[in-house]
Design a protein around this ligand. Structure first.
Ligand code: NA7
Length: 318
């Protein structure tokens, strides 16, 4: 089994700005924005919200990650509950459904506040529809308003302010988030008031991505076995009607063995797992997605959880 080194965690550059911001003409909302979760996505988003003039209150489980934001003017709180108390609209952006639920239902979580009148909660963590409905129900029972706003895109697209927001739930919250969404996304879709729809759309898009990556990895691995230059394959692929910016970029990463995490492999596998659970409940057959999930799971076991999803190529070469 190869020794796998973890990818370096890149420190957030508080001074970098997406070029897109200048032309978007953003007038910051006067509401106080709460933000739970300062991972790679959350940090990038909060940095830009501060830059576009939003008043921000933050919390992160690992407190050290809050320091640069405190220096940039954000108010740092000790618990999610404290953030909710201080903010009007609260965004959450953590790793998975379990983390998202912990922050709402757990000790010192959002619902500990009991009365969420005049508060809006926006879930950005990638979650399944059932988790979103549970969270939405919990928030509503405390008189709060809920919006799921799934973010589609890589860390690079977040850094460029080029995410796509897929939202569903309370329309008034969606409208109140206008200046925040305009800061971080190139497109924003409201997919209806039914909570869960936006999660479904996001996971369906992730299915296309996961299956495509495994197909690309296997094809390149076969080329490698024939000692055909991967760069040649990619150059030719670029001339075909099959090309897409993403597959070209991922193919180049596979050829170089550069798996700098734009979309971590563990997140990709989480998404496939959520897709298969959804399909299971519907008796929907997804054989290719099932195998794709197994391929990502195995690559995780080989030590590539924190690398980019394109590291699935390593497994295909065995
Ligand atoms: P990262 O960079 O892996 O960051 C994950 C964040 O989630 C980070 O702030 C974690 O806190 C936090 N986290 C994870 N589990 C928990 C629990 N149980 N409780 C509290 N906080 C938690 O991921 P990204 O920023 O790239 O992605 C975040 C989401 O955006 C993800 O759903 C993507 O699909 C979209 P930590 O710093 O480790 O203490």
């Amino acid at each position: 089994r190869p020794v796998v080194t973890r990818p370096e965690t890149q420190a957030i550059d508080m001074n970098s700005r997406p070029n897109t911001l200048a032309e978007r003409d953003i007038v910051a909302s006067e509401q106080t924005i709460g933000f739970l979760g300062l991972g790679m996505m959350g940090s990038t988003i909060v940095k830009d919200l501060i830059y576009t003039g939003h008043k921000v209150v933050v919390w992160n489980r690992t407190i050290d990650k809050c320091q640069p934001f405190a220096e940039a003017g954000a108010d740092v709180k000790d618990t999610p509950m404290d953030v909710v108390e201080a903010a009007d609209v609260i965004f959450c952006c953590v790793s998975d459904p379990k983390g998202a639920k912990d922050l709402v239902f757990g000790n010192c979580g959002v619902l500990q506040l009991k009365d969420l009148r005049n508060k809006a909660y926006v879930e950005m963590s990638t979650i399944d529809p059932d988790t979103s409905m549970d969270i939405g129900e919990g928030i509503k029972q405390c008189n709060g308003r809920y919006l799921e706003a799934q973010i589609h895109g890589s860390r690079q697209e977040a850094a460029e302010g080029m995410l796509i927001i897929l939202a569903g739930g309370d329309r008034s919250v969606f409208e109140e988030c206008h200046s925040c969404f305009k800061t971080i996304a190139k497109n924003t879709f409201f997919l209806g008031t039914d909570v869960g729809n936006a999660c479904k759309v996001n996971l369906i898009l992730q299915t296309i991505l996961g299956v495509s990556l495994v197909g690309l990895a296997e094809a390149l691995a076969l080329a490698d076995r024939f000692s055909i230059s991967l760069n040649d394959i990619i150059d030719i692929f670029d001339l075909t009607s099959m090309k897409s910016p993403l597959l070209l970029a991922k193919g180049k990463e596979m050829a170089k063995g550069d798996f700098n995490p734009q979309q971590p492999l563990s997140h990709m596998q989480r998404d496939l797992r959520l897709v298969l659970n959804m399909a299971e409940n519907l008796d929907q057959s997804m054989p290719v997605t099932s195998i794709t999930n197994e391929v990502f799971k195995h690559t995780k076991r080989l030590g590539y959880s924190e690398h980019d999803s394109s590291a699935v190529f390593v497994r295909s070469r065995f």
